[in-house]
Design a protein around this ligand. Structure first.
Ligand code: CP3
Length: 369
């Protein structure tokens, strides 16, 4: 059984930098908290070195000491306000028996797909602490290594996003088979989504018990849905994840990031998520207004996170500083100088010069509140 008081399981050091958690509670912060999606990764030469020692990406995820090491690497270079567990969203489909592998230059692939009732029946039973014990070991190890430096994010993909990978058998541009099921066998797709969602809840619960201090749900392909289908096939499942986590761990903040979901912020505000992540298509001043309007009449406040175009980091240091200033001006346009976490609008890419990532992080902290 999971307990609300997660710190009774392990004896972790108290947080030295809780700026990001304060911003989520709309408390006063000295400067804007910042982290980067995919902050551990191939743009860092030290990451590439550790991955080659491990052999391949999945071996790196399963190697507790090396997964801890690559989580810490960006924190040594940059003044980040959060760490994120080194793992992947595709660990759940892998544990369900689909056989995840990576083909160089082609992204993730699965040996088997999930498209029929027969495929569904063949899925391995999922119990987070058994099926993905290596992830919980990494969480606990990272939390110890951090020693209170910054809070640690745990994460999962959303049901919709994981289902697209399971059904397509890898990345996709058009989601042909997933959308095919949506329009031809919606009950079956719901059966898949409900099954995956139960695993996500169990998985995130286990990460919290292992030491995760904040959770992000990556609905990376939510924006591929038509507006009439977003609530039914993605949002309602995400909302259920948040509600269940809040029941079990009321003090653990949850960020929901639906890439391409800016148009549906009013809809997304209808959950107990503490924060909504935004990609670069959405002006932050507009986002604040829409969320405030949607929350009117309740005493709920929803923070925002994002949303610099990751490609900005291909520009000059001065152009990065200018873009950060414009973004923060938007985020604080209402005059309220909290409730906001600076980030990129999606993951940092492998082609970014690490020095430019440092310019981004430092520019956020230099902005006078
Ligand atoms: O630093 C961090 O953010 C923590 C680690 C992390 C990874 N993947 C490591 C990784 C996180 C949070 C993820 C999430 C993830 N994985 C998402 C959601 C976030 C998003 O970008 O929308 C998705 C869609 C995936 C699926 C995935 N995993 C893809 C498409 C790829 C290959 C393409 C790519 O961007 O590299 C991966 C592999 C992967 N996951 C790598 C890393 C560092 C690269 C693997 C390598 O070392 O070659």
């Amino acid at each position: 059984m999971s307990m609300t008081n997660v710190n009774t399981t392990h004896n972790f050091a108290p947080l030295k930098n809780d700026r990001l958690l304060k911003a989520l509670r709309f408390e006063t912060v000295d400067v804007t908290p910042v982290w980067m999606m995919r902050q551990a990764g191939r743009y860092l030469p030290e990451y590439k070195a550790t991955r080659s020692e491990a052999g391949d990406f999945m071996s790196l995820c399963k190697d507790t000491a090396r997964a801890t090491e690559v989580t810490m690497q960006p924190l040594r270079r940059f003044d980040l306000d959060a760490a994120i567990l080194f793992s992947d969203i595709l660990t759940i489909p892998d544990a369900m028996g689909l056989g995840l592998y990576f083909e160089t230059g082609e992204g993730p692939k699965f040996k088997r797909t999930l498209r029929t009732e027969a495929d569904f029946k063949q899925l391995e039973p999922f119990i987070a602490n058994d099926s993905l014990s290596y992830v919980m070991d990494a969480v606990t190890s990272i939390r110890k290594e951090l020693n209170g430096l910054v809070p640690l994010f745990g994460f999962s993909g959303s049901a919709w996003t994981l289902a697209t990978y399971m059904i397509e058998g890898g990345s996709s541009k058009d989601y042909r088979f997933t959308k095919g099921l949506l329009y031809s066998k919606p009950e079956f797709l719901h059966q898949v989504l409900a099954h995956v969602n139960a695993a996500i809840i169990d998985y995130l619960d286990a990460q919290i018990v292992a030491g995760a201090q904040i959770i992000q749900l990556f609905d990376s392909w939510g924006g591929a849905l038509a507006h009439r289908q977003f609530v039914e096939f993605s949002h309602q499942y995400n909302k259920q994840v948040v509600a269940e986590l809040k029941k079990r761990h009321p003090d653990i903040p949850v960020v929901v990031f639906t890439k391409g979901g800016g148009l549906w912020l009013d809809v997304q505000a209808d959950s107990d998520a503490d924060c909504l992540g935004l990609d670069w298509t959405m002006p932050l001043d507009k986002a604040r207004v829409i969320i405030a309007e949607a929350n009117k009449g309740s005493n709920k406040r929803t923070a925002i996170q994002g949303n610099l175009d990751p490609a900005t980091l291909y520009g000059s240091p001065d152009s990065i500083r200018q873009a950060v200033k414009l973004m923060l001006d938007d985020a604080y346009a209402t005059g309220e100088k909290t409730g906001y976490i600076a980030n990129l609008g999606h993951g940092i890419t492998q082609w970014v010069d690490p020095d430019n990532a440092k310019v981004f992080v430092d520019a956020v902290h230099s902005y006078q509140l």
